[in-house]
Write a protein that binds this ligand. Structure first.
Ligand code: FAD
Ligand code: DLZ
Length: 516
């Protein structure tokens, strides 16, 4: 009677319920499979992070006394798929049952659903209790509401977890300190780089493998400094809490030339593969506030991202179903411009963001939302193309978190299930939040013409194109009022300027995101 416990590459947590409560004589199965690196062609650094973290995690499980069957990518007979490898492992171990934590996405959940019938053994699928809000609890919360508003969900989560609460009330008498978190950083601030970890022998072997097998994927493999063990991820957490958190809030929305990380946490790659848990990072921040080491606006902002946004988008992903990705509320059909992959554009904010993601597999939130996502929405990129891009380029990208953020928050392709209005912004927004515009070849003060910042005309053109759909939105009436006040002549010049710019956009060659 052998139980097989498959542990997936984003389940690298020692408290994982399938292992934690599993029978001592079970076999833990971990498999490196080509399909997972190829369903989209992930950034090389992301593949290296996951494979190295998997190998280290397997060693730690063995050291803790577990029997671990680990299949490497280049092992003879590797079938390249989760289902193929589970089938082979059932035969190797004469397994009579499977016990697995629910997967992070519909695609893999469908595979797991097929295993009982295919292999003739019972499959126990356990809820992933590393999330603070279970799928069932989110469904219950959603069922009671007409609109699924993040702020309402977040307040529930504060009450439920007791984080930053005193006597049933929010500490500081406000739930949300976002209004304090939009400062423009003064010149010459010192930004703390996140800790880098020297690759050990295991990581070096993985880097060699990734270079050989996935050398043509997007992104730089070297230098590689991600944490690949829980101990290293805890160092990264401690660094954030002590060095960056105190200023996280103030400059959360800023974009600074040449600075990829500012005071952001850079913890999402570790949270999302399981090396850290949401519970411990949120509590670490709250403890820093309790000790007087970080101000409330910073700590509340961070806690909101982790127990609010992160749990909320995961809830939306499962609540909306596998067909969520099929909607296209704005009817967007344009091909993704080639410069999302090459960075070869005069738009300085985009070129800099692409250079950073190529090097680090990371951009911070405002670059993702207000530069890369915003631009794609303004020009009307087909949702599936920009979604694939976001899934490829970030070390923290898994569909459960990428899709609601891109499809919903950044592209408004769900028509407003997740956000109450499209996150559209013109050049003035980017100029206010960044120091790119002064060094850009385009002039952010000009509204139309070949030298004007393209975001300006594109922004108005976007609103004009989608007037029928958006005009009733109470958060947009001021913008439509502004557009109407431009008058027919300036409106025509604006739309002509937007059209002229869009005609110059080079579509990306197929094959960057998904192999042809
Ligand atoms: P911080 O800015 O320091 O925030 C702290 C933590 O809060 C993050 O580590 C993350 O776990 C959580 N968080 C913050 N915002 C969100 C959010 N909107 N959704 C989920 N978690 C959040 N996050 C991902 O983890 N994976 C993705 O694939 C992803 N794709 C995104 C795509 C777009 C278009 C946008 C607008 C946002 C996306 N995000 C994604 C959310 C957010 O940008 C990243 O979580 C954040 O930039 C990670 O960097 P950090 O750890 O320095 O985060
Ligand atoms: C992203 C990824 C990659 C590149 N490779 C593997 C792998 O070889 N083995 C594995 O177990 N997981 C991998 N992953 C992470 C999975 O894609 C992720 O666990 C599923 O998408 C479920 O969310």
């Amino acid at each position: 009677m052998t139980t097989l416990i498959p542990v997936l590459g984003d389940q690298l947590s020692h408290g994982l319920v399938s292992v934690r409560d599993g029978p001592a004589e079970a076999v833990v199965l971990m498999v490196e499979v080509a399909d997972e690196a190829a369903y989209v062609r992930h950034h090389k650094k992301k593949i290296a992070l996951i494979l190295s973290a998997m190998r280290h995690f397997a060693d730690e499980l063995r050291a803790a006394g577990w029997t671990v069957d680990y299949v490497k990518l280049d092992d003879d007979g590797n079938t390249g798929s989760f289902t193929g490898e589970v089938g082979r492992a059932i035969e190797r171990h004469h397994a009579t049952s499977i016990r697995i934590v629910e997967s992070g996405e519909w695609r893999v959940a469908a595979m797991i659903d097929g295993w009982a019938a295919r292999f003739g053994v019972p499959v126990e699928v356990l809820p992933d209790d590393r999330f603070l809000c279970s799928r069932a609890d989110f469904a219950e919360w959603a069922a009671a509401r007409k609109r699924l508003i993040m702020e309402d969900f977040y307040r529930e989560m504060r009450k439920r977890t007791g984080l930053l609460m005193a006597f049933g009330k929010p500490i500081g008498t406000r739930w949300n300190f976002d209004a304090d978190n939009r400062k423009v950083p003064p010149r010459g601030l010192n930004y703390p780089a996140p800790p880098e970890f020297e690759p050990d022998a295991i990581t070096r072997e993985v880097l060699d493998l990734v270079g050989r097998r996935f050398g043509d994927h997007f992104g730089d493999l070297d230098p590689f400094g991600f944490a690949v063990t829980r101990a290293q991820a805890l160092v990264a957490l401690d660094h954030f809490i002590t060095v960056a958190l105190p200023r996280f809030g103030d400059y959360q929305d800023a974009i600074v030339e040449g600075q990829a990380f500012l005071y952001h946490a850079i913890l999402s790659p570790y949270l999302n593969c399981g090396l850290l848990t949401a519970h411990e990072v949120a509590h670490a921040a709250a403890d820093a506030f309790a000790r007087g080491d970080a101000p409330l606006n910073a700590v509340e902002g961070f806690v909101r991202q982790v127990i609010g946004w992160r749990e909320y988008v995961r809830g939306i992903y499962w609540h909306a179903g596998p067909e969520y990705k099929d909607s296209n509320a704005l009817g967007a059909t344009r091909d993704l411009p080639e410069f999302y992959w090459t960075g070869d554009t005069d738009l300085r904010c985009i070129a800099q963001s692409v250079a950073q993601v190529r090097a680090h597999a990371y951009n911070h939130h405002i670059q993702r939302l207000m530069v890369l996502g915003n631009f794609a929405m303004l020009i009307g990129v087909e949702p599936a193309q920009i979604e694939d891009w976001f899934l490829v380029v970030y070390a923290d990208a898994y569909e459960w978190v990428e899709l609601p953020n891109v499809h919903g928050m950044s592209q408004f392709a769900d028509g407003g299930l997740l956000g109450s209005k499209p996150y559209a912004g013109g050049g003035a927004y980017i100029d206010r939040m960044s120091d790119h515009c002064g060094r850009c070849r385009y002039d952010v003060k000009q509204k139309t013409g070949p030298d004007a910042c393209p975001f300006n005309a594109l922004y108005w053109d976007f609103l004009a194109r989608h007037r029928e759909l958006l005009k009733g939105n109470s958060r947009l009436w001021r913008m439509y009022d502004g557009w109407d006040r431009l008058g027919p002549e300036r409106q025509a010049a604006t739309r002509a300027s937007a059209a002229a710019f869009m005609a110059t956009l080079p579509p990306a060659a197929r094959g960057w995101a998904v192999a042809e």
